[in-house]
Design a protein around this ligand. Structure first.
Ligand SMILES: CCCCCCCCCCCCCC(=O)SCCNC(=O)CCNC(=O)[C@H](O)C(C)(C)COP(=O)(O)OP(=O)(O)OC[C@H]1O[C@@H](n2cnc3c(N)ncnc32)[C@H](O)[C@@H]1OP(=O)(O)O
Length: 231
C-alpha cells in the first residue's frame, strides 16, 4: 500500500478545512460562538463521518448516549423562530447555512476567501459522508457547493440574489479525500439579473463547472445588499 493510500485508508469523514486556504481574505468569517455551539457542530461533523464511514459490531450504548444528548439539547435550547432567522449575511443567517455554516453540522464547512479581483476560492476535502458513486463526491453535493460559491461571488461583488437557473457540467468524477478547489466569480449584472460562474478542480483536473443566473429579490434593502463582507 502506498503512503497516500494508507493515509486515505485511515481517514474517516471530512477533513477540517481550517488550514486549507492560506491566501486571500476570509469572506464572511464566523467567530466561535461563546455558547460552544460552533464546537458542538464540529464534534457532530466528526460523528457524522464516523457513523457513515465505519462498520461497528454493536453501537447500542452509543445510541443511548446520543439520544440522551439530543434530549438534553432539546431541553436546554431555544428553537430559532422565523422572526429570528436574520437578514442576508448576518451571523444568524450564515451560521446555519448547510454549505458554509460553522454552526451547522451538515456543512463541510466551506471556508471561502476573496481576492482583490472579487474571485472567491474555497479549498477543502470531502469525506465518505458526501459519497455518491463509490469513492466519488455526490453530484448533488457538488451542486450545493457550487450554488453557495456562486452566491458568495455575488456577495463579494456586493449583490445578493435568489438562484433562478443553475447549470452544472460534470467533466470528471470528483474524488473523496482529495484536495479540492472551488473558484467562483460574478460575470455580469443587468438590472436585477446577476450571472456568475465557477469551477471545481481536484489538482489540475477539472471536475465540474457551473453557471448560474440569480435574481435580486424585489425590495431588498441597501444595507442588506452592501453589508460589509470582508474580514
Ligand atoms: C451582502 C451579504 C450577502 C450574504 C450572502 C450570503 C451567501 C448566501 C448564498 C446563498 C446562495 C444560495 C441561493 C439559494 O439557494 S436561493 C434558493 C433557490 N432558489 C429559489 O428558491 C428561487 C425561486 N424562484 C423565485 O423566487 C423567483 O422565480 C425569482 C426570484 C428567481 C424571480 O422572480 P421575480 O418575480 O422576482 O422576477 P421575475 O419573474 O419578474 O424575473 C425577473 C427576470 O429574471 C428572469 N428569470 C427569472 N427566472 C428565470 C429563469 N429560471 N431562467 C431565466 N430567466 C429567468 C425573468 O425572465 C426576468 O427577466 P427580464 O424579463 O426582466 O429580462
Amino acid at each position: 500500500m502506498t503512503a497516500s493510500n494508507e493515509a486515505e485508508q485511515n481517514q474517516v469523514g471530512t477533513a477540517d478545512p481550517a488550514a486549507a486556504s492560506s491566501e486571500g481574505i476570509p469572506l464572511l468569517p464566523q467567530d466561535e460562538t461563546p455558547s460552544g455551539s460552533t464546537e458542538l457542530a464540529r464534534e457532530l461533523r466528526r460523528l457524522r463521518g464516523l457513523v457513515a464511514g465505519s462498520v461497528y459490531e454493536d453501537v447500542h450504548d452509543a445510541v443511548r448516549t446520543v439520544r440522551e444528548l439530543a434530549d438534553h439539547l432539546e431541553a436546554v435550547g431555544k428553537p430559532v423562530r422565523p422572526k429570528d432567522y436574520g437578514t442576508w449575511g448576518t451571523p444568524e443567517h450564515i451560521g446555519a447555512n448547510p454549505a458554509i455554516g460553522q454552526r451547522n453540522p451538515v456543512s463541510p464547512p466551506l471556508e471561502p476567501v476573496v481576492f482583490p479581483d472579487a474571485t472567491v476560492r474555497a479549498d477543502l476535502e470531502l469525506g465518505i459522508e458526501y459519497q455518491g458513486p463509490p469513492g466519488c463526491v455526490h453530484g448533488g453535493i457538488v451542486a450545493l457547493l457550487f450554488d453557495e460559491m456562486l452566491g458568495l461571488a455575488n456577495a463579494a461583488s456586493k449583490s445578493v440574489g435568489m438562484t433562478a437557473d443553475l447549470r452544472i457540467t460534470y467533466s470528471s468524477p470528483t474524488p473523496l479525500y482529495a484536495p479540492l478547489r472551488f473558484e467562483a466569480r460574478q460575470d455580469r449584472v443587468e438590472g436585477r439579473k446577476i450571472w456568475a460562474s465557477a469551477t471545481l478542480h481536484a489538482g489540475n483536473t477539472l471536475c465540474a463547472s457551473a453557471e448560474g443566473l440569480f435574481v435580486e429579490p424585489c425590495g431588498i434593502r441597501d444595507h442588506e445588499r452592501s453589508r460589509p463582507i470582508e474580514g
